[in-house]
Structures are given as structure tokens and as C-alpha cells.
Design a protein around this ligand. Structure first.
Ligand code: TYM
Length: 333
């Protein structure tokens, strides 16, 4: 704990032209919420982005747009430390140390790697994609984070982080804080609109609501969301994944519980549910997109904020790396 407040760290990849609804409802909203009560560190994880091929210009542009979107979502860079991962070299340095604590079999069990490697074609995945969760562990452990606000899909990576911290502490003496995942009860798993048994993801654009898309496109996508033939609005993600996803989206966008939202739909058809989902999502997405555009109009200011964030992050990360090197027996240079 720093200054009596819990320490929080999270990250987001700059791998799309826009964040999607799942990023906002599953993670970013928690980032905003936690910045007051915690000592918060939030990073744009460009080192993670290059685990799959990126064009340099696109990555540069998306890093800036991602930074702007974190601020547009309500993270105050004067209050929380917002930074770009590659500007803090300690992340890559600690990742190597942690790779040497990780079993090959342990890393092979990561389901996100298996899914992504399968999508890209067997044999095409980089070693960086394989070690992705270990770099993520380094991000978290460098800052002694107590809590890590993420969506449900990151639970396994958080477990690995906890295991690595515990193992290192046992082998070399107390060095890292063992963090806890901080996952919201609602909104932590927004499903793909076209395939509601899968999570919403930028890699399946057909079912993904990109927040910076034109409102007309967002409307069209929500209106063509897959539902079912039951004709009754319930919140039952197992039996009615599509309808429950729309209920969950309305609930998360309007700060209600899914059960409360369902109570509005006694005898009401799915068409109305979709209309209400459009209204709820646009009430969040339109101001978010406007604010992002305003921030992007001043890239010099964004770069200044990035530099401030990187300096603050390095000041927190460097002592942890020094302590780790000392524990390992590295001779000081
Ligand atoms: P990324 O960029 O894939 O996702 C960023 C955040 O969005 C959440 N998320 C979702 N939440 C709900 N429903 C969805 N459909 C959905 N899709 C994505 C993710 O859970 C995540 O919280 N590996 C991390 C990036 C990372 C990180 C870290 C996170 C790197 N280092 C350290 C925490 C701490 C990731 O998933 O990024």
C-alpha cells in the first residue's frame, strides 16, 4: 500500500483504431472508479501489442489514440499515472526475470495463448505471444499492485501473476506484493453481438461495438444482434446468451442491475430491447468519442502527459527492479 491507499495497476492494448464496448464496461469504468480511492497506474501496453505483427505508423497512431481514450473515459492523468509501457524499460527487464521462474508447461496452459495461436494458424504464433502473460505479470508486480481491475477474460493471467509472485518470494525472500484480480459483478464479460457465446473482441469485428464508430453503425450493429426464439426477456446467459447480453449492456451503461432492467420488459418484444440498447450505448459512446476527438486535436499536450506519466511510473518501477536484481544476486553496475 502506498500513502495508505491500495495500489492499482491495469493495462490495455493499442491494437485497434478504437476501444470497444467490452473494454469500457469491463475494465475502463473500473479504472475511473478506482482512481479516487487508490494509487492508480494505468498503462498502454505497446510491448504486448507487438506479440502480433504491427505496422510502425499504425502502432504509433493507435498508442496516441488509446492514451486519449483512457483520458476520455474519465481517467484523470493528474490523479492517476497514465503511461506507455515501452517508455518504462523496467517492464521488459522484469519480464525476463519472471520468464526464468515460469514453467514451460505452466505457460502452455494459458487459454488465451491457445485461442490466439489457433486463430493465427498453428506454427505462426511468436514466442512473444507465448510469453505475453509473463510480461503482464511484470507490469503488475513492478508496481506492487494490490488490485488489478480487468474483465473476466484476464482471470487466468492474474492467477499466473499471483503464482509467480508467491514463488519468487519463496525462493528469494519477500520482494513482490501478491495482487488480487478486481472484476466487476456486471459488465466483466460483454459478449459478441453476432456470436453471443463468445466474448466481444476486436478480432471479430462483426459482433464488436467500436466506441469511436459513427453512431449509425453502432445502431445498425446493435439492431442486428443475435437473439433467440423464446420471445421473453430474461437474464439467463446460459439459456439466452444474446438477449442476456443486451440486458447486461443496458444495465452496465445505465448503472442498473440486469434484474432491474429485465423488470421493464414484461410482455415487451425484443425490438424494444434493441432500441433501448442503442439508446443506452449511444449515451455512453457519443460523449466518449467527442472527448477523444477533442483530446486528439492537441497531440503535443498528449505527449506531454505521456512524458509525465512515464517519469512517475519509472520512479515507482525502478526500485522494485533494483530490489529484484539484488535478491537474485546480480552484481550492481
Ligand atoms: P486488452 O487490451 O485485450 O483488454 C483491455 C481490458 O478490456 C477487458 N475486456 C473485456 N471486458 C469485458 N468484456 C469483454 N468482451 C472484454 N474484452 C476485453 C480485458 O479484460 C482488459 O481488462 N492482457 C490485457 C492487457 C494487460 C494488462 C496488464 C491488464 C497487459 N498488462 C496488466 C492488467 C494488468 C488485456 O486483455 O488487454
Amino acid at each position: 500500500m502506498a500513502q495508505g491507499k491500495p495500489r492499482v495497476l491495469s493495462g490495455i492494448q493499442p491494437t485497434a483504431d478504437s476501444f470497444h464496448l467490452g473494454n469500457l464496461l469491463g475494465a475502463l469504468r473500473n479504472w475511473v472508479h478506482l482512481q479516487q480511492e487508490a494509487d492508480a497506474y494505468y498503462c498502454i501496453v505497446d510491448l504486448h501489442a507487438i506479440t502480433v505483427p504491427q505496422s510502425a505508423d499504425t502502432l504509433r497512431e493507435r498508442t496516441l489514440v488509446s492514451f486519449a481514450q483512457v483520458v476520455a473515459a474519465g481517467v484523470d492523468p493528474e490523479q492517476a499515472c497514465v503511461f506507455v509501457q515501452s517508455q518504462v524499460p523496467e517492464h521488459a527487464q522484469l519480464a525476463w526475470v519472471l520468464m526464468c521462474q515460469t514453467g514451460f508447461g505452466e505457460a502452455s496452459r494459458m487459454t488465451q495463448f491457445k485461442d490466439k495461436a489457433a486463430k493465427g494458424g498453428a506454427g505462426q504464433a511468436s514466442v512473444g505471444l507465448f510469453t505475453y502473460p509473463i510480461l503482464q505479470a511484470a507490469d503488475i508486480l513492478l508496481y506492487h499492485a494490490d488490485r488489478v481491475p480487468v474483465g473476466e477474460d484476464q482471470r487466468q493471467h492474474l492467477e499466473l501473476t499471483r503464482d509467480l509472485a508467491t514463488r519468487f518470494n519463496q525462493r528469494y525472500g519477500p520482494t513482490f506484493t501478491v495482487p488480487q484480480a478486481y472484476i466487476m459483478a456486471h459488465g466483466a464479460k460483454i459478449a459478441d453481438l453476432a456470436e453471443p457465446t463468445a466474448k466481444m473482441s476486436k478480432s471479430s469485428p462483426a459482433g464488436c461495438v467500436f466506441l469511436l464508430d459513427p453512431p449509425k453503425r453502432i445502431e445498425k450493429q446493435l439492431k442486428s444482434a443475435v437473439t433467440d426464439s423464446e420471445g421473453v426477456v430474461r437474464f439467463d446467459p446460459e439459456r439466452q446468451p444474446g438477449v442476456s447480453n443486451l440486458v447486461g449492456i443496458i444495465a452496465a451503461c445505465t448503472d442498473r442491475t440486469p434484474q432491474d432492467v429485465v423488470s421493464d420488459y414484461d410482455g415487451v418484444l425484443y425490438g424494444q430491447l434493441k432500441k433501448d440498447a442503442v439508446e443506452a450505448v449511444l449515451s455512453v459512446a457519443v460523449p466518449f468519442a467527442e472527448r477523444t476527438r477533442e483530446l486528439l486535436a492537441d497531440p503535443t499536450e498528449l505527449e506531454r502527459l505521456m512524458a509525465v506519466g512515464a517519469a512517475k511510473a519509472r520512479a515507482a518501477a525502478a526500485p522494485t527492479l533494483a530490489k529484484t536484481y539484488e535478491a537474485l544476486g546480480f552484481v550492481r553496475g
